[in-house]
Design a protein around this ligand. Sequence first.
Ligand code: FE2
Length: 192
Amino acid sequence: MTPDQARALMHEWTESPSLRTHMECVAACMAAYASLLAPGDEDRWVVAGLLHDFDYERHPTMEEHPFVGVRHLEAIGVDAETREAILGHAEYSGVARRTPMARALFAVDELAGFLVACAKVRPGGFADLEPKSVRKKLKDKAFAAAVSRDDVRVGFEELRPLLPEGFDESRHFQTCIEAIRTRIPEFSASPA
Ligand SMILES: [Fe+2]
């Protein structure tokens, strides 16, 4: 499946603009990590990002999401690694995150949502968002309270062993900020 095909499927199942944007943001972060951890495999990583929540609008319960979506992906021939990564991004699925793709997806999912929340309360949006203000906001439990701080932390801990020496949490935040800023048109505009 190509990213364009994944995007078409995602749009078919998802009407919500914010949920579409969330999947685009996660896909942007996946592209950034694919270029680091799986050069040449960028498209498959982007597809995992674009589809990780594609069934959520139709099937939001823990009984169905992401299982219904993944069954559909299997029926249309999406590869096992991508399906396993999508299952693994839901902690409650019990599916272990064994591959770099699965670990990256979990590491960027909650974080991408949190970064968008951070950018939304800044006059400059993503333009001048920096890791240190993200860290500060993470400590503010009332801010974007729905974002699991544990998932953000555990996600990076799982990814860290795959990353180059010295690639710390700040660099992880920076990588995702830049990925979203450069790849998502609505977050690329300079502040007014
Ligand atoms: Fe997500």
